[in-house]
Design a protein around this ligand. Sequence first.
Ligand SMILES: [Zn+2]
Length: 240
Amino acid sequence: MAAECLEDIDKIKDYNLKEGRVRLILEAVRILSDKWGEELSIIGSMIGPFSLAQHINGDNWFGNIFTGENIVPALLDLCSDFNTEYAKAMVKNGADTIVIIDPTASYELIGGEFYEKFALPYQKKIVDAMKELDVATVLHICGDTTNGLEIMDKTGVNGISVDQRMDVRTTKNNLENAVIIGNLDPVAVLWDGTPDDVADASMKVLNAGVGLLSPGCGIVSMTPTANLQTMVKCAINHQR
Ligand SMILES: [Zn+2]
């Protein structure tokens, strides 16, 4: 559903979480939680408010930001309210961690000033709602966000998931509060590498200071299971 002008927002504002794909995801969270909730963390994720608003607004989004159109704050309000309700519904169904994936709110694309104005308050709204429920939050933004980390940290998230292009030691110096999550290359290492490559890369980032070992971005669906198992083993061994 697209919203190109303020009037269009009226047409999309009455969403229902009990319909469509959202309903299916919520059901999936419930099934996972019933089956594995005792043993594993159940992580619910969502496209964050900035990227969601951009998808809904379409090609004019970045232009609208630059020219300060009214649709920008209106859409960001709508999207962050939706995100918050969606997160609460996932928690109700058993999620214990919520990940906000906001790829286009990257420092590389919008810089610090725009992030502070158009991404930070809306991401923080979701984080604050989750804090009230005592639910952990993670923020993932793609690309090299080294210079944006300090502002991303202001959202109050528990963990910041960083791209494989980022240097973990530098990241550590730029973060005061959040745990660093990352940042194995999902293509060159996890998909294309051998288990030995995965083990080497895992040890490298763990020793550099990541708090939770994970891929640096979305994994390739054909990623060998043995590689993912090696990643998990490395994390467990490092903990001991
Ligand atoms: Zn990413």
